[in-house]
Ligand binder design. Sequence first.
Ligand code: KG4
Ligand code: ZN
Length: 346
Amino acid sequence: ADAITILGLESSCDDTAAAVVRRDGQGAHILSSVVYGQTELHSAFGGVVPEIAARAHAEKIDLCVTEALERAGLALADVDAVAVTAGPGLIGGVLAGVMCAKGIAAATGLPLVGVNHLAGHALTPRLTDGVGFPYLILLVSGGHCQYLIAKGPEEFTRLGGTIDDAPGEAFDKAARLLGLPQPGGPSVEVEAKMGDPRHFRFPRPLLDRDDCNLSFSGLKTALLRTRDQIVAEKGGLTRADRADLCAGFQQAIVDVLAEKTRRALRIYLAENPADPVLAVAGGVAANGAIRAGLETVCTEMGVRFTAPPLKLCTDNAAMIAYAGIERFAKGERDDLTLMARPRWPL
Ligand code: KG4
Ligand code: ZN
């Protein structure tokens, strides 16, 4: 197959990113991947502030593009197309990326390819591991949680997902409740390593329901209640209390994800895939305990488990460039009427 080289742009949440990815006969290669995070800008507010995010994206996106091309050792004339996240996400951020990509396309005549951010995450196992369709993918991030059977670059069957919070959101809220730094996932994981997951018992929501839907908001309420109970009894939380709370909270999420994954795998395996694979993507896939729980289920069920390297699990533009390559290879293009879509289900 002819090589395809694409410049990708991502700005849908709180990372401004650009990357150059090439796919040739040997596979996909990330030639460069630049990510400017905004965590510090939002840290005082306990969450991503859309207006601050949009301004920071608008300020940084050109720089990201320049750096990505420079590190790849390429000029715009060397790429075949510009791919950009067109949604879902915060409208101001998505617009910053879409406008920049349109500007490049208008100025150079390069084709424009709009990419769904979730498709970017969902196709990452193909970029990193060359996984073939169909595979089951669990998307777990700060904003998303769903099981998809990936059947083609733009063909996904959704088996279920969260009915309220995403797990990353739950980790972030848990950290806030316990006075731990944001983003909450990594800080809760560090604390959990020092705690006893059986000391405090947390609910396992929706396990009584025989589907692939999940719920995490009750878990956060349970954590709040247990914390307040300890504070009422002892006047405050000890280091050990905090570690035990984190361990119990994380274990509940691990258990729920493991059991729902078992159910999703049963549905997927019923379709008799030749080389069954469970892939995981999204920021929460960075969690070691969650990865281990999923790996155990896969071993149990004779399914290969794959997780992209951490920096490709969290938001980045390499996954957008790669998803762009898959669309471009199918002959699909957008034009300058491409719209930013804050809501865009797969
Ligand atoms: O995919 P991502 O970078 O952004 C989107 O939400 O799209 O995911 C960020 C989320 C945050 O909620 C963060 O707390 C969570 O991923 N996260 C983790 C870990 N590292 C990041 N959650 C649990 N354990 C971790 N080690
Ligand atoms: Zn994301």
